[in-house]
Design a protein around this ligand. Sequence first.
Ligand code: FAD
Length: 345
Amino acid sequence: MQTPLKAVSDQAVGLLAAYYRKAQCQLELLAAEAGFASDEPRACIFKAAASTRGEKALRMMQRFLQRNGQPEQWLDAARLEQVTGSGYYRAGLQLSGNTLVNPRQLVRALVKQLPDNIALFEHSPVTALERCASGWQLQTAEGSVSAAKVVLANNAFIKGLGLAASRSVTIYTYAGVTSPLADQERRQVMGSGPWGLLPAHRLGSTFRTTEDGRLLVRGMYSYEQEGGNEVAEVLQASLSKRYPSLSGAQTLEHWWGGATSLTSNGAPVWGELQPGLFASVGCNGVGIVKGWFLGQALADLICGRPVADISALFGKAGWMPPEPFRKLGFLAVSSVERNLAGAEI
Ligand SMILES: Cc1cc2nc3c(=O)[nH]c(=O)nc-3n(C[C@H](O)[C@H](O)[C@H](O)COP(=O)(O)OP(=O)(O)OC[C@H]3O[C@@H](n4cnc5c(N)ncnc54)[C@H](O)[C@@H]3O)c2cc1C
């Protein structure tokens, strides 16, 4: 679920890279102040290709990064095997400057940094949103809140409040983890240190190591509805293909799914949707630094500060046809893309 390379101009990429660097620094600083330190600072983060088509895509990405002065390093099959303990991949592109984090720990650290004038209410979903004399009223099961300005950051769930229904679909994707690997297998898989692998094709599978010595796999997508046990089988198959003889990789201890919002052209639903009602949703499967940057930009907009030109950088989330055409379109595109992804799944 990455932005297609050719859709972005070199100038926009340069600007975005600078914005992202700034966002990453702010985020790291704030999280560090709360005592959060990535346990995996040495992690090798890279894109990897198992097919010739995937390798071509990586070469294209490498040229793109070089043109834009972004750090990268080509990894050959032997190096990839050394890093991951799997001989499955033929080429990789290391993306230095990226960090592997435990997202839950990061969010918890950021919560600790909330200023005193912010109250956080968890497990209290907003069930309705309506205009009122003072702005907007938000209804929950146990009460209501009204505010002159409201920001929606509920991603795929925005449709549940009756907004952006023609611009966002809910796509579930899934992750699974093995049990902690035995010492010898751990040395094979992460002996060179922790790593995170992104697929060369957007429908491919992601892999990473965890701090407690597990392998994590992410893959598969489903449309508007969370999948059942077949998900575990698909994730397991991807893992077993990479590690056919690693006994610790033959069973997943847990698997889970999560909702992401997909827009037709990868652009976010961002800005003032109605007077006093703001939103930054439509993550398109890419979260932390981009979400932080878009959130900061939205705060700038609301506070009347100079603001980055979000539609010039990302475009505007396009209109999607109603059901059943929308689902048919999604199924047709994903079936073509799955074929193209091939061995990267
Ligand atoms: C299995 C999986 C693996 C992923 N791996 C990666 C990865 O490796 N790298 C990456 O960059 N991204 C990854 N992503 C995507 C990433 O998780 C998202 O891009 C990111 O979480 C988006 O953040 P967000 O805050 O915009 O939305 P979300 O994380 O979706 O948060 C939305 C929030 O809104 C709340 N909410 C919803 N409805 C209501 C309501 N009615 N009232 C109040 N609150 C509400 C929800 O409880 C939730 O807290 C992955 C996603 C999944 C599911």
